[in-house]
Design a protein around this ligand. Structure first.
Ligand SMILES: Nc1ncnc2c1ncn2[C@@H]1O[C@H](COP(=O)(O)OP(=O)(O)OP(=O)(O)O)[C@@H](O)[C@H]1O
Ligand SMILES: [Mg+2]
Length: 360
């Protein structure tokens, strides 16, 4: 079931927290609302679920305007960061609760609970109480409880925030598996870019109550519309250098950097360049380095990660860029190396942060 959010505005008192938002979510799609704390992710989710009424705009489920409908008439399943399971009930009773409220038959309830428990892989835990479950198991129960009513939409607000890192990893792929197996339309609220990228078909990145970009994780990572999006995705994050564009090169004289650009960039007195850690190519350490030559840097920190290492480079102006490299046993702390980035890998931005594109 597709969802359309049009011209959605929400204010608390005089403070507008969502400003004229538009977002179309396809049927069976899982989309992430990603952004920093306070940008309005939960507010949007509450509006879709019906918990909040909205000041302006429309929310449409599969062509049906639900803007004025209360939550119980929208058929949405909601999962929050805290699982909110009933402690005195068993897992089976917790999951069946929404069906008992609807006064479904005992046989029907048992069939549905068994089915959903199998899907989320807790069918061996149905007799236990929540206190006898791990965090990940509790999260599965809350997922089962949200889905047992066969909702049209699944809304997840930071569902993994309370799990330790190993469990978070496991539940990330589990929730995605369950969403894909059931074909349910889902909105995931998160401020974790890895979660958004790994679990969702598309990401809507938000800042200050507005959507900045909506795209597939791949497009958003490789083609960010501005420096905010570029810096929000990627770990370690992208590094920025400021300078100018002169005769087809990005030049920063303080940092002693000159990077040739692909054709089509016009001269600019200000430009900001974004360097992804995996795109920086390191040459061999050479001693002494030619101080008059460009693109030299000193290795100022090495973090061993096993399959690859992080090598931090200090440039002439003291700025540091973080790079990911295959393990280089020939490189040690303090070495001077020449570095480069392929022109196709360079991202350029204007003074206001918007992307600077080539003129065709
Ligand atoms: N009931 C409320 N009354 C007044 N202001 C509110 C209310 N709920 C949220 N806000 C404000 O609206 C803005 C958006 O809040 P929201 O909870 O949607 O942020 P969020 O993106 O979910 O952040 P987080 O990642 O911290 O959960 C914040 O500035 C918040 O202080
Ligand atoms: Mg929130």
């Amino acid at each position: 079931m597709g969802i359309q959010i049009s011209n959605f505005t929400k204010a608390f008192g005089d403070t507008v927290v969502i400003d004229n938002m538009n977002l179309d979510i396809g049927s069976g799609e899982m989309i992430a609302l990603l952004g920093p704390s306070g940008c309005g992710k939960s507010t949007t989710l509450f509006a879709v679920s019906g918990i909040h009424n909205i000041n302006q705009g429309r929310i449409v489920f599969a062509g049906r305007d639900v803007t004025k409908l209360p939550p119980q008439e929208r058929n949405v399943g909601v999962i929050f960061q805290s699982y909110a399971l009933y402690p005195h009930m068993t897992v089976a009773e917790n999951i069946s609760f929404p069906l008992m409220v609807r006064k479904e038959s005992k046989a029907e309830i048992k069939r549905k609970v068994d089915d959903i428990a199998k899907l989320v892989r807790i069918d061996n835990l149905l007799h236990r109480k929540p206190a006898e479950l791990s965090g990940g198991q509790q999260q599965r129960v809350s997922l089962a409880r949200a889905m047992v009513r066969d909702p049209d939409v699944l809304l997840l607000d930071e569902p993994l925030a309370n799990l330790d890192s190993a469990l978070r990893l496991e539940m990330r792929s589990e929730i995605r598996r369950i969403q894909q197996a059931s074909g349910i339309t889902a909105i995931l609220v998160t401020h974790d870019q890895v979660e958004a990228m790994s679990m969702c078909d598309r990401i809507a990145i938000m800042n200050g109550g507005k959507i900045v970009q909506v795209d597939t994780p791949y497009e958003m990572y490789n083609n960010p519309v501005n420096d905010f999006v570029a810096s929000f995705l990627g770990n370690p994050p992208i590094a920025f250098l400021t300078g100018a564009i002169t005769s087809g090169c990005f030049v920063s004289s303080e940092a002693n950097v000159c990077l040739p650009l692909s054709v089509g960039y016009e001269d600019q007195s200000f430009a900001k360049i974004g360097l992804r850690p995996e795109h920086v190519v390191l040459g061999n350490p050479v001693e002494p380095c030619g101080d008059n030559e460009v693109n030299w840097a000193q290795v100022c920190f090495i973090e061993v990660q096993g399959r690859e290492n992080l090598y931090d480079l200090r440039l002439a102006d003291g700025s540091v860029i973080r790079t990911i490299q295959p393990v280089r046993s020939d490189l040690k702390l303090g070495d001077k190396v020449q570095w480069s980035v392929k022109d196709k890998d360079l991202l350029l931005f204007q003074q206001d942060g918007a992307r600077l594109y080539e003129t065709p």
